[in-house]
Design a protein around this ligand. Structure first.
Ligand SMILES: Cc1cc2nc3c(=O)[nH]c(=O)nc-3n(C[C@H](O)[C@H](O)[C@H](O)COP(=O)(O)OP(=O)(O)OC[C@H]3O[C@@H](n4cnc5c(N)ncnc54)[C@H](O)[C@@H]3O)c2cc1C
Length: 386
């Protein structure tokens, strides 16, 4: 399928694919087994300038947008979803700076992220606040020229590994949803530390852990935007990033399909390759069709965002929900095509199936995405836009 990529977009895709094939694939099983953070691979990705594909040129990036980011994420995800999650989470962590940062903040932080010298992370979730972000307890109080943060964030991707953290904290509890604000916290800030590191079902190469703020003091110019904009910043960040989760699903599902086709062509039962059985062909045909539909939706959503459209919540949620459900189905079916072999750790499809599950959970569960789509439909009152 031709998506009419420009020369530069084609180059991003090829660079990311080469890294996935030559550098990530040979290491993915070991990283998964050892739950090891892919520091060296992230350096390779940085050397290829992929961290900056969506960052404007004036801040040291390539000057692309959500679409270019999706191309890079898709190809890296073909290699290993744990590695692509570590990569994509840095984009997620820098999105609030891109969206709400002052000129000084952008100049200070974005070139570092674009060059891959600094890794970023995004911290909203707490033990009391998952789907219901309004339940966060982490507080930030202005004292003189500093904000003092207290609280604990959980399940933060790149925790302990990232240098910069976009953190959502309550500045005025009496204001409800308008009482949260967004801050940049740097590794090494006084009173900022890391707690439990999680052991996970999938994406085991990525680091997931706690951030602990204990009388953590940061200069007041680390506030992003204005006080009270924390939840808006979080929601706009997700609007921007969710097609990227969809792109992870597309890349992962594509990798699973390729493994399944190769296996089906060589595995012989009843005297013939299993590929010749119509039941197997139909399963593979459905997998391929789902992937192409997911890719088309993800690319459309990303291009819509890059067009400068304001109202992107619905299409962004659709891209995430459709492509992540597709990835779960395709990776599960890939294991089925492999039969018992697919259940064994010697083959990559069992890891792909374990990895796929997270795409239906993080950056808002797929139930929450359907809530967003439903609410937008209600707002539109049945009138199709565009
Ligand atoms: C590996 C991993 C990495 C993560 N990385 C980050 C990160 O970098 N930064 C960050 O801030 N967070 C991160 N998270 C947190 C993630 O975004 C949350 O897990 C997710 O938003 C869901 O919250 P929860 O797990 O508390 O589930 P809950 O909110 O407790 O939901 C439990 C179940 O109830 C359903 N549910 C809840 N409310 C509704 C509703 N209103 N309607 C219908 N169904 C509902 C959910 O869909 C789910 O099935 C990460 C999580 C994991 C597992």
């Amino acid at each position: 399928m031709d998506y009419f990529l420009t020369e530069e977009q084609q180059m991003i895709k090829e660079v990311a694919r080469k890294i996935a094939e030559e550098r990530i694939k040979p290491l993915r099983a070991e990283l998964d087994e050892k739950e090891e953070f892919p520091r060296e691979l992230l350096k390779v990705i940085a050397q290829s300038d992929l961290f900056g594909v969506f960052i404007p040129q004036e801040y040291g990036g390539f000057g692309g947008g959500s679409f270019e980011n999706c191309l890079a994420v898709e190809e890296l995800s073909r290699g290993c979803l744990g590695v692509s999650t570590s990569f994509a989470a840095s984009g997620l962590g820098s999105d609030p700076i891109l969206l709400y940062g002052s000129e000084e903040q952008k100049k200070k932080y974005l070139p570092e992220v674009a060059a891959g010298r600094k890794l970023a992370a995004f911290a909203l979730t707490e033990s009391t606040a998952g789907s219901d972000a309004g339940g966060i307890l982490t507080s930030a109080e202005l004292k003189g020229n500093e904000y003092v943060l207290n609280g604990t964030k959980q399940w933060i991707t790149n925790a302990g590994e990232a240098d910069l953290y976009s953190v959502i904290a309550i500045t005025d509890r009496s204001k409800g949803p308008r009482g949260a604000s967004a801050f940049i916290v740097e590794k090494g800030d006084p009173g900022f530390g890391f707690g439990k590191k999680e052991s996970k079902m999938g994406i085991r190469a990525s680091a997931t852990g706690e951030l602990i703020f204990n009388q953590c003091r940061i200069p007041k110019d680390r506030l992003l935007g204005r006080e009270g904009m924390g939840f808006i910043a979080a929601m706009k960040t997700f609007d921007l990033s969710r097609p990227g989760v969809g792109a992870q699903g597309v890349g992962l599902a594509q990798a699973a399909l390729e493994e399944a086709v190769q296996f089906a062509r060589t595995r012989v039962q009843f005297g013939k390759p299993i590929m010749t059985f119509q039941a197997i062909q139909h399963m593979l045909a459905d997998m391929a069709t789902l992937i192409e539909a997911a890719r088309a939706l993800v690319y459309s959503a990303a291009r819509f965002i890059d067009s400068g459209a304001k109202d992107v919540s619905k299409i962004s949620a659709m891209a995430k929900v459709f492509a992540s459900d597709a990835a779960m189905k395709v990776t599960t079916d890939a294991v089925q095509v492999f039969g018992g072999t697919g259940y064994m750790r010697d083959y990559p499809v069992e890891k792909m199936m374990r990895d796929a599950k997270i795409l239906q959970i993080y950056e808002g569960t797929n139930q929450v995405q359907r809530n967003i789509i439903g609410q937008e439909l209600n707002k539109e009152g049945g009138r199709k836009k565009g």
